[in-house]
Write a protein that binds this ligand. Structure first.
Ligand code: SF4
Length: 384
């Protein structure tokens, strides 16, 4: 199975905006973007992920996490084009959800193109699990344990081909907010879970459910054999963790937490579950992007926070909640560098191409991959 990335531009056409886009100032770009939005009205939805930079968020119709945005766009009966200011797997998910069979039927077969303004906006975590590696791991695992007793669980931050892999094998997708419920669902059916691509979300979630670390071996796809494990470790496993991580959340450390606690005795540490276990163990509150936002929104004025998640989101929280004291947990800049590749020049370029009926950077997931991915996504949506 493969995911088709359909670029409707000619082969020779650039995948990035050449001049004049690169040489235009933000004011001129903003005007041109606004002109395209005005011409399309409700038929165009620009989606801005929470980790996106402010100047792009200013042009987005909807702001949210990846699944929320896909669902909101799919729910719109007016929408005829989606521009996803996020990363590649998010645009794939939007294509799968917005162009699923019943939605196509409602629109008499008309597809809603999903556009990623910069094709280089990938996700380092998603890239750590290639479908060929996961298929090879599954086969190798089958030499040691009974894979019919393993549920493959992929974090939504993964390629569509991995979601399809799960869909085909009674597996499921999870988000950072429902990972525990998804693992409960999986354990109610089978003895073990293969969790990918984020080892930290898998470990933090399973540990909070009481599964000991000894029963969570890490599968390294680059190891010579058995993912770097011995047979006994695999036989004793309940959760097999894929050796992947988010390059942003991996940067937070226990030392950062200790430094903040020493300087601000009243401070609360609020982190995302993609952070390493040692950081999660030291935190006051652990939660998804949505939970982090809600926690700050509901906190009383004067609350002090050190937040361990993507920099743009934390900076936006600071601006939107001046009544609270919000710090970024790391002294090092931790931003989603790939998402940051989407800037006003790329947004303007793709919008004007769309308007000229020569859409570029259209993400279209292969039909078979989309069908199985949707199944794994729907299983997740049924988990309460
Ligand atoms: S923050 Fe991490 S997991 Fe999220 S899109 Fe960026 S690299 Fe991927």
């Amino acid at each position: 199975m493969s995911t088709t990335v359909k670029d409707t531009s000619a082969e020779s056409e650039p995948r990035f905006p050449l001049p004049p886009y690169k040489s235009l100032g933000n004011e001129a770009l903003a005007e041109r973007i606004a002109a395209v939005r005005a011409a399309y009205g409700k038929e165009l939805l620009i989606l801005g992920h929470h980790y996106q930079q402010d100047e792009v968020i200013a042009h987005s119709d909807l702001r949210g996490d990846s699944l929320q945005l896909s669902q909101m766009a799919a729910a719109s009966s007016d929408c005829r084009a989606i521009v996803f200011c996020g990363v590649h797997f998010m645009a794939e998910t939007a294509d799968i959800v917005a162009n699923r069979p019943e939605k196509l039927a409602e629109r008499d077969g008309l597809r809603v193109p999903v556009i990623l303004p910069d094709m280089a906006a990938g996700c380092s975590m998603a890239d750590m699990a290639a479908i060929e590696q996961v298929e090879a791991a599954w086969e190798e695992l089958g030499e040691v344990i009974d894979t019919s007793d393993v549920t493959p669980v992929t974090y939504i931050n993964s390629a569509a081909s991995l979601k399809a892999f799960c869909g085909q094998r009674d597996g499921i997708v999870c988000t950072s907010s429902n990972a525990a419920a998804v693992l409960e669902w999986a354990f109610a059916r089978k003895r073990r879970v293969l969790f990918f691509p984020d080892q930290h979300l898998g470990r933090n979630t399973a540990r909070a459910m009481g599964i000991p670390l000894e029963q969570m071996p890490v599968w390294d796809p680059f190891a010579d054999e058995l993912g770097g494990n011995d047979r006994a470790a695999l036989e004793a496993s309940r959760v097999l963790l894929w050796k992947g991580h988010c390059s942003v959340h991996q940067m937070f450390t226990e030392q950062h937490v200790e430094q903040f606690r020493a300087k601000f005795p009243e401070i609360k540490i609020l982190v995302h579950p993609e952070c390493p276990m040692e950081v999660v163990d030291q935190a006051d509150i652990v939660g998804s992007t949505g939970k982090i936002l809600r926690t700050v929104e509901e906190a009383p004025a004067g609350s002090q926070w050190a937040i361990g998640t993507e920099l743009h989101m934390v900076n936006r929280l600071k601006t939107e909640h001046p009544e609270q004291e919000i710090h970024f947990l790391s002294p090092i800049v931790c931003m989603c560098a790939t998402m940051y590749r989407i800037d006003l020049a790329h947004l303007c370029w793709t919008l004007e191409n769309l308007q000229a009926d020569t859409p570029t950077n259209v993400i279209e997931v292969d039909e078979e991959v989309a069908r199985w991915s949707l199944l794994a996504l729907e299983r997740m949506l049924e988990v309460k």
